[in-house]
Design a protein around this ligand. Structure first.
Ligand code: PNS
Length: 162
């Protein structure tokens, strides 16, 4: 059985992430989405909220499951029996850091491969950071977010203003 992990912060999940997860799910028998719980960062959404949103938006993909992790990604991959780490690649600017991480992960666990799926051009500029900035300033991004995420973002920023 070929198992892949799709790691990220997913704060929050966008249609760009979802597209990569869906395309990975067509290639691998099982995809485990790994949500990073980083104690050094204060995310907008808690790890539980990020996992709940991911569970809800990937419900139509039966071979995708959601879990969170802290520590090394390769340990998380090994825990799930994954042979592959799948990442989305946007612009050239992603390449340098992804190259570093792929080589570090290879050194840590040589049996695990990193593979990249190129983003669709319509999502090539999209990031969770841009999404949060736009919503915080009262803007919207139709077609770039799952509806449940749009609602969650609106609620989050409304509550902050109050
Ligand atoms: O969505 P992000 O924030 O770009 O995802 C980054 C992520 C989770 C893929 C990256 O931070 C990660 O792999 N963290 C785990 C820590 C780790 O294993 N580091 C050593 C090798 S790079």
């Amino acid at each position: 059985m070929k198992i892949a992990v799709c790691p990220g912060s997913f704060d929050p999940v966008t249609n760009g992430h979802l597209d990569i997860i869906e395309r990975a799910s067509q290639i691998f028998d099982q995809v485990v989405v790994g949500v990073l719980e980083n104690p050094n960062k204060t995310p907008l959404f808690s790890v539980e909220e990020r996992c709940d949103l991911l569970t809800s938006v990937t419900r139509y993909l039966p071979n995708v499951k959601i879990d969170y992790f802290h520590g090394l990604l390769v340990d998380f991959a090994e825990k799930h029996g994954a042979q592959v780490i799948v990442k989305g690649l946007r612009a050239v600017s992603d390449f340098e850091i992804e190259f570093q991480m792929a080589l570090a992960n290879k050194r840590l666990k040589p049996t695990i491969e990193t593979m990249f799926i190129m983003t669709r051009h319509e999502y090539s500029f999209l990031s969770s950071s841009i999404v949060k900035q736009v919503f915080e300033l009262g803007g919207r991004l139709p077609g770039l977010l799952p509806p449940a995420v749009e609602v969650a973002l609106q609620e989050k920023f409304q509550r902050r203003v109050k």
